[in-house]
Design a protein around this ligand. Structure first.
Ligand code: BES
Ligand code: ZN
Length: 821
């Protein structure tokens, strides 16, 4: 049966908290099969009415106000205390069961102990509290646990006391000098090993210390970078990172005590790929950057999530651009934005960067809030320039340090510090959808006129970076239709939306020759890449994947470019999810066949050159994840993939056997996994035998099989569900196998509906354990209405089966409800 419709939360209903919590003394006593939490809160009244506290699966043992029993009412999720004075001490004692917490939110068990995850609303699963980000309190936390099994005890702030207790137990007490919202609280009681350098510590599971060095390098680099580029210093005596294998998302910025998924901490040349190394660098920097953008200045309410996430993604992107190649970093960001965020912004879960309502906030940690939010910050950077943008950041911190604020406060600081009028710009925060810019060009008598029409009504303020002839500038679009003129000696090919200066779809009637010209000669590397992508998209969507000779020659020319990392990006074809958005009715089989046909045609046309590039791009010496080496390896492996299209499986097998690093081994294995060849099965089996005890490498083994384009993939994925390597309770396993399969466009959208039925089964099974992860999986159904009626019918049946499941979570109900609406 369906549950009654849960109530939506609306931004317009925001009101300041009626009570503030000034201090909290929290005592957490972890026992064999439960934990007791004792909370002592100093509370002050802000408005009339009873005190209402949040709770979730916390069993109330006792409650007192100034030492006396109050009149109160307790339901599963609210504790209402009546007749409280204007200032008082509230004490509660509660019982929780972290050992049985499969949601991995609040306090839960991981392989070697206990950790917390509180964002967004996990603190209420530890104790009764006013669990909202605009209530900022000073925390003193005491943890008790068995000394032998859980030697490491940690919480936010400074250690102020510790010692042994009766029965082989011990305790530690921490005081956090910074007032903070409850979502930044963290606690750890576990058996871990530590890598320490000065005031920086990285705690990892026993036996993995030799994989922690890279993340320590990243942390040190991020600290230096934030000081140099943003003038922001580390404000803590101690900065700790704890890595655990059981974690719903990537990492969490708890004040002074970040908790990470192992996949964003652990790396060794033979276990982690270049992409893993880069991701670790970015995630470590991201969480570090939150210390200022998120922690020192936090969000007033969860609708403002992009205030911290969009801004911090922008900051970690800039860290990446300053540390590696700016051009390649930008290309990768845009590829992922268009493959993931554009479809989201056109589907049933579309929402503004600042959403106006939600049923479950966990569902709004989206690519729109994160990546489009980062684009919205980037556009302000583009409109203001680096110096004025930095002046805006400075003013933002002067005004709001220690406060919980809104996206408006951020834009206001940018506007006031720069003198640039950003009133119209604010629409980017509140209106969903990807703007379309329809552009045309007209050349007459030495003047080129560019006409730009935008789809948004009322119009958005859009920075459009262009270069026409020799003139390069950022046009500030503010009207529905605008004209710009440029002197030119002959009809120019305009370079538009340089560096992807705004997250829009730009149409311009470029001819094939125009695009070939831009692909070869534009001095903006992003637009050189973009021209190639436009040509490739056209060939796939309109010419069944059959390229012109000119295109093959243009690709040959690209291969001669000395920037290996750029070449690898330029010869990578657009993603199927991105191309699907450009079809009226998505035909995944035709799309896949056309894309493969183009890959094969390029491989045939460029065979010799690919071979030569493959051979000349070896990286000498021991493995190193520097930009140059990474670029060379990605080009070499791109060549291997293309050569695989010609059936050169022996080349891939040779590389698989001789590789001395995981990047080359995985690239070879992925090539083999896509080919129906005799080397395939032995390679997969050997890989598992070698790595069965390294969970993160086993994840790669699962996903390389789930992403195979071969028709047997779904059967393989189903069989893997009962393999020892898989565990539905561990999010990393679910992401590796189930999410990877759901992202396998041609196999997930199989005409017989088997992919849909499979995913429905998994979402239903997962929902009973971990609704947050189940809801993320359910998002794969978002675009079901874009397919033919046969597929639609099957997807709809799968969605309805999920919807009609007994005791469905709010998380999944929201996603499925919107998909079916
Ligand atoms: N604050 C988030 C962690 C988080 C995510 C909490 C989802 C609650 C729900 C953290 O700063 C974050 O954004 N992590 C990202 C990685 C980052 C590099 C974009 C993640 O976990 O995916
Ligand atoms: Zn974040």
């Amino acid at each position: 049966m369906r549950e009654p419709q849960p109530k939506a939360v609306h931004l317009k209903d925001y009101a300041p908290p009626p009570f503030r919590v000034e201090t909290i003394h929290l005592d957490v006593d972890i026992r064999e099969d439960h934990a007791i939490t004792h909370a002592k809160l100093a509370i002050r009244r802000n408005a009339a009415g009873p005190l209402v506290l949040d709770g979730d699966e916390v069993e109330l043992v006792s409650v007192s106000v100034d030492g006396k029993k109050p009149r109160y009412e307790a339901t599963a999720e609210k504790l209402t205390v009546y007749d409280v004075p204007d200032a008082f001490t509230l004490e509660t004692v509660s019982r929780i069961v972290p050992q049985k917490n499969t949601k991995l939110e609040g306090l839960y068990a991981t392989k070697h102990g206990f950790v917390t995850q509180c964002e967004a609303q996990g603190f209420r699963r530890i104790t009764w509290f006013v669990d909202r980000p605009d209530v900022m309190a000073r925390y003193t936390t005491t943890v008790h646990a068995d000394a032998k099994r859980f030697p490491i005890l940690l919480s936010n702030g400074n250690l102020i006391a510790s010692g042994a207790e009766a029965g082989g137990r011990h305790f530690a007490r921490f005081e956090d000098p910074f007032p903070k919202p409850s979502y930044l609280f963290a606690l750890v009681a576990a058996n871990l090993e530590v890598l320490r350098e000065g005031n920086l510590s990285i705690y990892v599971e026993p036996g993995t210390l030799d994989q922690a060095g890279w993340s320590m390098d990243c942390l040190k680099r991020a600290i230096k970078w934030d000081e140099k580029r943003f003038g922001l210093k580390l404000d803590l005596n101690e900065y700790k990172i704890v890595a655990v294998g059981d974690f719903n998302s990537g990492a969490m910025e708890n004040k002074g005590l970040n908790i990470f998924n192992t996949r964003y901490v652990l790396a060794r040349a033979d276990t982690a790929t270049d992409v893993d190394y880069l991701n670790i660098d970015r995630v470590v920097a991201h969480e570090y950057c939150h210390n200022w953008t998120g922690n020192r200045v936090t969000c007033r309410d969860w609708f403002q999530l992009s205030l911290k996430e969009g801004l911090t993604v922008f900051r970690d992107q800039e860290y990446g651009a300053d540390t590696y190649s700016r051009a390649v970093t930008r290309i990768q960001e845009v590829r992922s934005l268009r493959a993931l965020q554009f479809p989201e912004d056109a589907g049933p879960m579309k929402h503004p960067v600042r959403p106006q309502s939600y049923l479950e906030i966990r569902n709004f940690y989206t690519t729109t809030v994160y990546e489009k939010g980062a684009e919205v910050v980037r556009m302000q950077h583009t409109l203001l320039g680096e110096d004025k943008f930095q002046a805006g950041m400075k003013l933002y911190f002067e005004r709001h340090d220690g406060q919980a604020v809104t996206c408006d406060d951020f834009v206001q600081a940018m506007q006031d510090a720069s003198g640039v009028d950003l009133e119209q710009f604010r629409r980017w925060y509140d209106v969903a959808g990807t703007p379309v810019l329809d552009c045309t060009g007209d050349y007459q008598d030495g003047i080129f006129t560019l006409t730009v029409k935008q789809s948004m009504n009322p119009p958005f303020h859009i920075p459009l970076a262009v270069k026409v002839g020799e003139r390069e500038q950022v046009l500030s679009l503010r009207k529905t239709e605008e004209r710009f003129t440029f002197p030119a000696k002959s009809k120019p090919v305009p370079s538009l939306l340089r560096g992807f200066s705004a997250p829009v779809i730009l149409n311009y009637p470029y001819s094939e020759d125009d695009l070939l010209h831009l692909m070869a000669r534009d001095d903006d590397p992003f637009n050189r890449w973009e021209a190639g992508q436009r040509l490739a998209a056209d060939i796939i969507l309109k010419r069944d994947g059959k390229p012109s000779t000119a295109f093959v020659e243009a690709a040959r020319n690209v291969l001669r470019d000395p920037d290996a990392a750029f070449v690898a990006e330029a010869l990578m074809l657009p993603a199927e999810t991105f191309l699907a958005e450009q079809m009226d009715v998505v035909d995944p089989d035709r799309l896949h066949a056309s894309r493969n046909a183009l890959r094969r045609a390029l491989a045939e046309g460029l065979k010799e050159q690919l071979r030569k590039t493959y051979e000349s791009s070896t990286v000498p010496g021991p493995y190193s994840p520097d930009a140059r080496s990474i670029g060379k390896r990605s080009l070499r492996n791109l060549c291997l993939g293309y050569l695989g299209e010609l059936g050169l499986s022996r080349l891939a097998d040779a590389q698989f056997r001789s590789a001395d690093n995981m990047t080359d081994a995985m690239a070879a294995l992925a090539t083999l996994a896509n080919l129906d060849c005799p080397e395939r099965e032995p390679a997969l089996a050997a890989f598992y035998e070698k790595w069965r005890d390294e969970p993160l490498v086993v994840d790669k083994w699962l996903s390389v099989q789930a992403s195979s384009r071969l028709p047997g993939t779904i059967a393989r994925v189903k069989a893997l569900l009962s393999h020892a390597a898989f565990d539905l309770k561990v999010p990393n396993k679910v992401y590796a196998l189930i999410r990877t399969f759901a992202a396998n466009h041609v196999r997930f959208h199989a005409a017989d509906g088997a992919g849909y039925a499979f995913l429905a089964d998994q979402v239903i099974a997962l929902d009973a354990l971990n609704p947050q992860v189940a809801a993320r999986m359910a998002r794969a159904f978002d675009r079901w209405r874009r397919f033919d009626s046969g597929r639609q019918e099957k997807a709809k049946a799968a969605l309805e089966r999920i919807r009609d499941t007994d005791k469905l979570s709010k998380d999944v109900a929201e996603i499925v409800g919107k998909a079916l609406a």
